[in-house]
Design a protein around this ligand. Sequence first.
Ligand SMILES: Cc1cc2nc3c(=O)[nH]c(=O)nc-3n(C[C@H](O)[C@H](O)[C@H](O)COP(=O)(O)O)c2cc1C
Length: 199
Amino acid sequence: MTDPKPFPLPSKNSEILNFLKSRRSNLAKMMEGPGPDAETLDDILSVAARVPDHRKLAPWRFIIFEGAARERIGAHIGRVFAAQNPDLPDRVEFETQRFMRAPTVVGVISSPVECPRGTPEWEQRLSSAICCYNMCLAGQAHGFGAQWLTEWYAYDPEILVELGLSETERVAGFIYIGTAVTPSLPRARPELKTKIDRY
Ligand SMILES: Cc1cc2nc3c(=O)[nH]c(=O)nc-3n(C[C@H](O)[C@H](O)[C@H](O)COP(=O)(O)O)c2cc1C
């Protein structure tokens, strides 16, 4: 068997640097169709899955919501919201429409693998967070708007059961992907030097 071809050594890539330095999320509520086609979504998911992952556990999985699936989960969200907020009937329709804001929504599920004396659960959760970030970047690199949201339904036990999450699984994020129709505005960023110490 021949040795696998090694990757080239890193070299400066100003295009990627500029992309990362000017990165800005797009608001889900400012997205329209179309979303990524099947081939593009596959590519986005393959980038999302190419994340640092201690011990190759792949401790995450993805749930895709497109088309009528968004209405189905929306109906559950509306029902749960209505039951929990009987004093807010005017808001139920809004909750029902959450997944309709973008043509494609991908749930990133943190799915830790039992690994005694191995990779700490914390690191496995972190790996799923980077899936979310990579997915946003890949979506935007494909020319779509992307936003990482959790909102209340990512933490609601009934919704998690509906989505088929196990006891140990958590929602790392719902990544909304669609055609951005409004440019994002600049957002205040922390003063970097207040975040840096030298040891
Ligand atoms: C784990 C996680 C959950 C988030 N959930 C929400 C959310 O529910 N609602 C929201 O408005 N922004 C949420 N955000 C923030 C947005 O994704 C986005 O980062 C924010 O609007 C700032 O924009 P920027 O990415 O351009 O800096 C979340 C971010 C992270 C990392």
